[in-house]
Design a protein around this ligand. Sequence first.
Ligand SMILES: NC(=O)c1ccc[n+]([C@@H]2O[C@H](COP(=O)([O-])OP(=O)(O)OC[C@H]3O[C@@H](n4cnc5c(N)ncnc54)[C@H](OP(=O)(O)O)[C@@H]3O)[C@@H](O)[C@H]2O)c1
Length: 240
Amino acid sequence: MPTAIVFGATSGIGRELAEFLIKDGYTVGVTGRRESLLNELQVEFRKKVVPEVLDVQYLDKTTLVFDRLKSALGPIDLVIHAAGIGYENPELNWEEEHDTIQTNVLSATLIYDLSFHLFKEQGYGHLVSISSIASLRGNRHSPAYFASKAYQVNYLESLYFKAKEIKGGKVFVTDIRPGYVDTRMALGNDKFWMSTLEKASKQIYRAIKKKKRRAYITRRWLLISWVLKIVPSWLIKKVM
Ligand SMILES: NC(=O)c1ccc[n+]([C@@H]2O[C@H](COP(=O)([O-])OP(=O)(O)OC[C@H]3O[C@@H](n4cnc5c(N)ncnc54)[C@H](OP(=O)(O)O)[C@@H]3O)[C@@H](O)[C@H]2O)c1
């Protein structure tokens, strides 16, 4: 029976992906801070989920939970990192910048590394992380969020290169870069740009199954990414 861990499975993209996996026969370790939402998953899917209440900012606890889930599930086929946070913070309030860096940079790195070490030891496995289109440029309203996503994208690319050195070619790294998705943390509320959670999650799940190196979600964001990469700063500063 295939196994997976989803970090950030209590709501939004992580919760949707956890459900897809369960319906596809996976046993899934699900984590998040909101215990009641983890309990709901357990009531709905019983033996298919192993819940662990976890605030990923506590790094020692994150390592402990990772080990506990390994013991409970056995070999792990897939780790999805969907635990993320973002603020509109034009005033550069330090608490919000710090919170973002703790979650999206420090704990993300720990989860990436724990997964990579495990997969290297197993000789197989698939690490997926939900980064963002925000990784491509700076933004005056949410500097820490945009920078943290650039960090994730570069770290994931490094792990992708490292995975290529592992004999057998069975360790995969997938970087998912959504645009706006209608979840509680969506930064922006323009419906034209916003994908429904259902549509985005389906596209993400397809990209995971194909073990894509990276995917823009929804597809229109691939075109937008090309533009974002070439527009000069003097022009983009008018919109970002
Ligand atoms: N929605 C968008 O427009 C969009 C666009 C691009 C990228 N993304 C990325 O997609 C990922 C998922 O976000 P979402 O849109 O699905 O929003 P969401 O519904 O708010 O989901 C975020 C998940 O992360 C978990 N999380 C946050 N901080 C945590 C912490 N300190 N410890 C443990 N878990 C934590 C939350 O669980 P608890 O609150 O229960 O802890 C929740 O399960 C994020 O990395 C986000 O940056 C989202």
